[in-house]
Design a protein around this ligand. Structure first.
Ligand code: NAD
Length: 402
């Protein structure tokens, strides 16, 4: 299998995209309605349901004929990468991107996409706001990335995770049920399976055993999606990926934390003995898998998307230091995360068999590309790290703050 060329920044314009000077739009749903669509109150949900289903069911040349997609959380790390991926791969699709623009969002990462494609509209708002969510329909499909996504923060403030990840997903599902969609794809995580020992991998049949408030909230959302499929016929499906990495990831997550700290010459905090194992997946591979599941996945099904390459946290830190030519004394062991899961590993055979998906990036090469991106884009992460992030960091890693 040929490896793709690794660019340090994956965003390029689709061929033939028409450029406009229109800047990034952060607006309420008005611009969407103004595109000649009927207001939701005048929509006949039953007729729409049939039309949307038919459109998504048709597989001309392997591509779904969707024209209007609601993406939630599309200003975050994976969601914005997915929007840019669609912009290259499905330039005709109209994307309505609903994002609350929390601390984790990076709307600037979409500015180029929006300038190049008038078919992308960012709506600032909450997935748990039912009126707002319903005003965005009709749609051919929904891909739900929106979430509180950091385990450490879920230990500090679990309630926020329940509201966004569980209640918010429920609100989206209710709207999808009411208006009818061709597909509802829930973006989930390997963490729902819980912690593994040194051996074995989790398949989609493995019972869920989440052990952090974050993982529990994601597991609840997965169950909700599958229950709406079973009970109401909502064509929902779930992807569960392993740990993602790549450009523009918020520096609270392990790889950008290590890289940016090493670039600053600051200590690299490692929880406990550093032997917790994660399976790493480049964000572009996850986006490819999500699109494949959206177009070719079966409603009611779950698809694991694992990167296939396991590393301990200490090994990741060592590789980052080697790539930057820095030295191991920068590593500082800090008290372990509460309830820290030891190992995650996915069996992704079903995604290969049914979706034809397998990761294309190797961890070694793609980590080098990722490190290069952070090295070349210091302004991006320094801006984040100079703000409220400093307080968060001092609270999480007091022994690493001088
Ligand atoms: N990062 C990973 O390694 C990983 C791995 C597997 C699965 N996932 C899942 O993928 C999804 C995206 O993860 P990410 O790393 O890009 O997260 P992220 O934290 O970078 O982005 C989350 C986005 O959701 C938005 N958001 C938060 N609350 C919202 C709300 N109430 N309404 C609307 N938008 C809201 C934020 O503003 C942000 O733009 C999440 O569902 C996460 O659980 C992440």
């Amino acid at each position: 299998m040929g490896k793709p060329h690794i660019r340090s920044d994956e965003g390029t314009a689709p061929k033939g995209a028409s450029y406009s000077t229109k800047s990034f739009r952060a607006a309420l749903p008005e611009p969407i309605r103004s595109k000649g669509r009927p207001a939701p109150s005048s929509v006949n949900p039953h007729r729409l349901k049939r039309r949307r289903r038919a459109r998504f069911g048709r597989r001309g040349k392997g591509k779904v004929k969707a024209v209007r997609l609601i993406v939630t959380g599309g200003a975050g790390f994976i969601g914005s990468s997915f929007v840019r991926h669609l912009w290259r791969e499905r330039p005709d699709w109209e994307i309505v991107n609903l994002d609350l623009l929390t601390y984790a969002a990076d709307p600037e990462s979409l500015a180029a996409a929006t300038a190049a494609s008038p078919k992308h509209t960012l709506v600032r708002g909450d997935i748990a706001d039912a009126d707002l969510v319903q005003s965005l329909f009709p749609a051919d499909a929904v891909v739900n990335f929106a979430a509180e996504s950091h385990v450490d923060r879920s230990i500090v403030k679990p309630g926020l995770f329940l509201r966004t990840n569980v209640v918010g997903t429920g609100v989206l599902l209710d709207a999808a049920r009411k208006f009818g969609v061709g597909r509802f794809l829930q973006v989930s995580t390997d963490e729902v399976y819980g912690s593994l020992g040194a051996e074995g991998r989790c398949s989609e049949e493995t019972p869920l055993a989440p052990r952090s408030p974050y993982a529990a909230s994601k597991a609840a959302a997965d169950h909700l999606c599958l229950s709406y499929h079973h009970t109401f016929g909502v064509p929902a499906l779930v992807t569960r990926s392993s740990n993602n990495y790549g450009p523009r990831q918020f520096p609270e997550k392990l790889i950008p934390l290590l890289v940016t700290n090493a670039l600053e010459g600051s200590p690299l905090p490692i929880y406990g003995d550093g032997l917790n194992v994660r399976e790493w997946l480049h964000v572009t591979d996850n986006c490819r898998g999500i699109l494949a599941a959206l177009e070719r996945g079966r409603p009611g099904q779950v698809y694991n998307l694992g990167g296939g390459e396991e590393r301990t946290n200490l090994e990741v830190a060592g590789e980052v230091l080697r790539l930057l030519g820095a030295t191991a004394p920068l590593i500082v062991h800090v008290p372990d995360r509460l309830g820290h899961d030891r190992r995650y590993a996915l069996d992704s055979a079903k995604a290969l068999a049914e979706l034809g998906w397998r990761p294309q990036f190797s961890f070694g090469e793609a980590l080098a590309g990722t490190v290069a991106w952070y090295r070349e884009n210091e302004g991006w992460w320094r801006r984040i790290k100079s703000g409220v992030y400093r307080e968060y960091y001092a609270r999480m890693y007091p022994s690493c703050v001088s």
